[in-house]
Design a binder for this molecule. Sequence first.
Ligand SMILES: Nc1ncnc2c1ncn2[C@@H]1O[C@H](COP(=O)(O)OP(=O)(O)OP(=O)(O)O)[C@@H](O)[C@H]1O
Length: 627
Amino acid sequence: MERNGDCFLGDKSEPIVHFDAEEPVLSSNLFLDHVGEVVVTLNSDGLSWKLVESIPNEQDESFCLQIKGVSKSETAIKISDVYAAEFINWGLVHESILANAVRYLLGHASEMYRFVVHFVQRSKTRPSLWAPSVYTFGHKDLQTCQMWVNRINASLDMETGRPKNLLVFVHPMSGKRNGCGTWEAVAPIFSHAKVKTKVTVTQRAGHAFDVMASITNRELNSYDGVVAVGGDGFFNEILNGLLSSRHKAPSPPAPTDFINSVGSDGTVLVHDANETLAEPSDRNEDQSPLLPSSTLVGSQFMNSNVSGITGTEDGENHTDQDPEFSLPNERFRFGIIPAGSTDAIVICTTGTRDPTTSALNIVLGKRVCLDIAQIVRWKTTSTSKDEPYVRYAASFAGYGFYGDVITESERYRWMGPKRYDYAGTKVFLRHRSYEAEIAYLEVKSEKTNSTPEKGLRGSRMQASRGLAKKSEKVPCRVNCNICNTKPIHNLARHATSTPYSHPDESRWLRSKGRYLSVGAAVISCRNERAPDGLVADAHLSDGFLHLILIKDCPHAFYLWHLTQLARKGGNPLNFEFVEHHKTPAFTFTSFGKESVWNLDGELLQAHQLSAQVFRGLISLFASGPEV
Ligand SMILES: Nc1ncnc2c1ncn2[C@@H]1O[C@H](COP(=O)(O)OP(=O)(O)OP(=O)(O)O)[C@@H](O)[C@H]1O
């Protein structure tokens, strides 16, 4: 083959369309920029190519390819990694020639029609980190290039789950106040992928909530998802906006449901399903969490308008004409492009904190299910008489230390992400503890080693000794087996399989005392300050919360716990003053005056609350952490 411009324009590269038994295969001689003439084949799996002229020897080839940044091993791309093919008109295509004697690379370039294929490249050292990449192919014939673009786009159209139309909310003041810059950096990925985006830059806190709460289901159903460009708190606002008027489910038991149910030894509460539970007759059982409604409170939350969350902007209520928005909803997904201060949800669901990786997960239509905690506040202060108020959390709900840090950090928002370090240090130095009572549902098959055998007495007996050993921790990963397996107790359709209907499989236990913190992690909550998260083996979609009770302890011990949290491979739960319970639900009552909770980084004042987890209630554009 001659290495001059004319050779690119030779006649031998007419496209060939084969029809084998199953699928048409397109094959042509094209020119791959910086590589040379290649025979390219497209089938249902993707694109592959072979150099027309072989390169003298392996060593020379890798030398050549390394210099030009084209890996020898990459002679194929899966269609599942491709997100766009675009015709880019007439221009230069470079050819690589190895001048083998001096191992010196000469680049020849010729002009021709060109098209680009956009695809996702995974980092070799950190597979969860993705980058956009392109191959540029050329041919003398315009129609050949256009045919290739059309055929690749036709293959992309057949990929299921790719979004076409998205709502995007950008929080301009998020994190380092660069939400708009973050969006501008990733927006080209969406335009290449031909994903339409309706972008709203928020003007104030609550703006995205109002839009999500007031949008009709008909309009919502016209989108494939909603993307938050911001932090965990901003995502939480959008999540609550969507769920507030659409998630219909019975509430969890209130703390007061247990007042008269103290067991004979005065420490253990056994919630007798047969006595206290209503028959789940009129609710959609597929949407039910582990908890059927209690007779006392269940019906109050069938109508979500009692949630107390602010009304819709235009006063619209979702009337009969508006179609249902089903939950869980497999098609409609949430996306997060990290621009916040912590970004724990992104780290836990993509394995990295990178706006580009998140954008690529979205355009490729990746999907993971996420558990969502429903938090019902029954009382704001010890004396207030409130309507129940419902909020949802995707990552974490915490009290005591966590509530104080968020309260304190709000005063220093101007510091940006550093405010958490400053506020955390201040709150740590105060070392305050709070008196509270917690009741939680213990599911026997999921009992953690730290679960006290007999409530308080058990906890006094060094309940947390011998917590799960490191080797027993199974972290959540891409295609996680635990998240993909439906446990028997979650098959709400079969009423006989719920924990309530098998009192021997679950029971309510109580813990009462002084706590430095009470935390419920829905997911591991990995972040840059806690590389393994609060609970290293928490899963995205197993239907459980991890309740972490840090009992009052000497300051030095608490510091020890915090340093374990900050260490990769640390063991923050392996202390006698730490209780760890894997539970689908819990209730909480404070005995103090102040009572502040932190829900996904947002403040919630609550003297009495209960929480329950809804397994896989929402879907996220993410593929899970590659840890
Ligand atoms: N335009 C706006 N101006 C002021 N506040 C806003 C605006 N838009 C949203 N908010 C609110 O800002 C709060 C914090 O947002 P966000 O979570 O993005 O930032 P962060 O706190 O820096 O990050 P992280 O939650 O990851 O720590 C949210 O409660 C959100 O409601």
